[in-house]
Each structure stands twice: as C-alpha cells, then as structure tokens.
Design a binder for this molecule. Sequence first.
Ligand SMILES: Cc1cc2nc3c(=O)[nH]c(=O)nc-3n(C[C@H](O)[C@H](O)[C@H](O)COP(=O)(O)O)c2cc1C
Length: 377
Amino acid sequence: MTLEKDFPALTDLRDRARRRLPRFVWEYLDSGTGAETAAPRSAAALARVEMTPRALCGVQEADLSVQLLGRRYPLPFGFAPVGMSGLIWPDAEGILARLAAREGIPFGLSTVAAQSPEDVAPHIGDQGWFQLYAPGEPEIRTDMLNRARDAGFHTLILTADVPKASRRERLTRAGVTNPMRMSPRILAQVAVSPAWAMGMARQGMPSLRFLEKYGDTKTARSGTGHIGYQLRTAPDWAYLEAVKREWDGPVVVKGVLSADDARRIAGIADAVWVSNHGGRQFDAAPPPVTVLPAIRDAVGPQYPLIADGAVQSATDILRLLSRGADFVMLGRAVHWGLGAFGARGAAHVVDILRAGLIADMAQLGIADLGALRHAAG
Ligand SMILES: Cc1cc2nc3c(=O)[nH]c(=O)nc-3n(C[C@H](O)[C@H](O)[C@H](O)COP(=O)(O)O)c2cc1C
C-alpha cells in the first residue's frame, strides 16, 4: 500500500481516520454546534468559488511561497490551533511541530493543547505560533505570554470567537466529558480501535499540560467546565490592546467574520484571521469564504488576512486566496492524516496539498500566488 496510490485525497484520509479512531474521538474532531449546518455551508460555499483557467501559458515553475507577518513561508498554509490534538492521535502536537519545522510552515499551539509550549519547543524550530484563550486574571495572562515567548513562540493568536462555551450536542450524546472520564461506554469504543488504544497506552491519556500550573486540570464540573473554560474571559477591545502592548511580536485576532470588526482590529493588531471556528461556535455563522471579499475591502489590499474553514483540497486553499486571504490554516484536515496514519499521514496531507497547488496553478497560468487575486472569475 502506498499512500499516494491508495489515499490520493484528503477525504480518503478522513474516511480512514473515521474508521480507525474511537467514536468519541471522531465526534470530538468532527462535531460542530447546534444542527451543524455551518461547516457544510462553508464547504458548499468553497465549492461554489470558480476560478477561470488560462490557456497557452507555457511552462512555468510554480512558486508556492508567501510573505506573511515579516516572514517568507514556502507554502501558503499552516496548522490551526486544535485543543487536545493529542487526544486525536498520540503525540499529535509533537508530530505537527516537527512537520511544521521541516516544512517551514506555522503551527499554532492551542492554550488547551495536550502539550505545553515548553514541551513542544525542542521540536518546533522557528515556526511557533501560540494561541491564547483570554485568561481573566491579568497576572495569569502575563505569565502565559511570558512562557510562550520564552519557549520561542513568536506570533500570538488571540481567539475572539469563544466568548462563552458553545453547546456541542453531538459530544454530549456520545457521552464525552472534558477532561475525559473513561466510562464503560467510552471504554467499549476504545476496545474496537486498537491502533489508537496502543498509542495512548504508550503515551498515557492526554491532559491540559499548559494549564496545570494554574489549577486543577483533572476534575470536570460539566462537559465544558474544566479549567480551560474557568480561566477564560470574553476579550473586548481593551483586552486586545493590552495583549498587543504585552506581546512583542505579531498579534493575530482569530475568529472574525464582520467587516466592521476587521476594520477596527486592523487599527490595533497585525493580522485578522477570518474563521467561524470550523462551525463549532455558532451555527448561523457565515462561511469565511463568503465574507472574505468584504473584509478584504474593509482592511485594504496590504493588510494580512488569514482564513480557515472546511478546507479539503489545494483547490480550496486557492479559493480562499482568490477571495482575499493571504494565508490558509488547516484544522481538521491535518488531523485526518494523523488519525489515518499518524506522522506519515500528516506529512501526506502536506504532500497532497503541495502537489495540488502546483497542478492548479498551472491551470490558472500563474507562477506565483500573488497573481491569484486577479484570477478569480
Ligand atoms: C477539534 C478541534 C479543536 C479546536 N480547538 C481550537 C482551539 O483550542 N483554539 C482555537 O483557536 N481554535 C480551535 N479550533 C478551531 C480551529 O483552529 C480552526 O479554526 C477550524 O478547525 C477550521 O476549520 P476546519 O477544521 O474545517 O479546517 C478547533 C477545531 C477543532 C476541529
């Protein structure tokens, strides 16, 4: 079996991951909120974006690199923060950090990851972005920012679309609590997923490593009652300004869908990340690709815009770039690779996307991604 022959698309990896992971883990990765219409609408909106191929462009070497926040990245995508990645696959954070370092692309480590910035630091090279869920206590915030900076993380993501925990009905139905409690029902799901179970047995059950310092990470009051939620506040404009003052590198605000918000953020922070959190926070949220053109108009042609949501192919990446994004982040997709084949699968996701970008750019007759905004049609 070769990955390229038998798993040529990200969706092939998704299907294998779904079969291979225990049900509760798959539900954790895949679920949204409410009736779960937001993520499918994001996918449908992406599929509707057309780009017109150009004829007779001759042979061109595709340059996949992009300039973002003072750095040149060799690929136009990176890894979005995913809380408890390490539950989806053992050592997911370590694997993704090493992959990001090898490829020279950013990896956003979540506040509620299963490894801390200190754990990941030896693997991540110069590719560390740290994602902050706004802690209410200023002293805790300062400590968190210092820890991330001291561990070598240079770009800060302030997530703005979780002012309160959302309802994750599918998870509740699947019997999931956070932190995990190993109920008989969950154990029965683990028993039929030997590859995952063996990996976890070697590594130990993942926990909220970064937050251990700030309180008890083991007891759950409810599905979303763990310390990760207890520490959080809903950030406001003054909070963003305080974070911007405290952090001495670029600050990205993640989870923006309104052009008015984006315009105001652009006056304070260094980049806006257009996202509906993969449809996990608000079921009526619009697809990022739909709101991108208005946000691009609002912030002007030069201001850095990152986007994510329902990316399943290189073509989807180009669709987001053609609508005004400078850079794209992958949430679930890279975890499909991890769930399907561990580290090899995650690397395969990058290879699939690179090959797809090169093929599609030839169709569009463009040698670099800067030319893309003019190809939308
Ligand atoms: C399982 C899971 C956990 C997530 N955890 C976080 C998180 O801790 N912090 C955050 O800012 N976003 C989090 N997100 C949102 C992602 O960063 C990203 O916005 C989203 O997954 C993009 O959509 P996609 O999964 O369709 O690519 C999470 C997403 C998933 C699927």
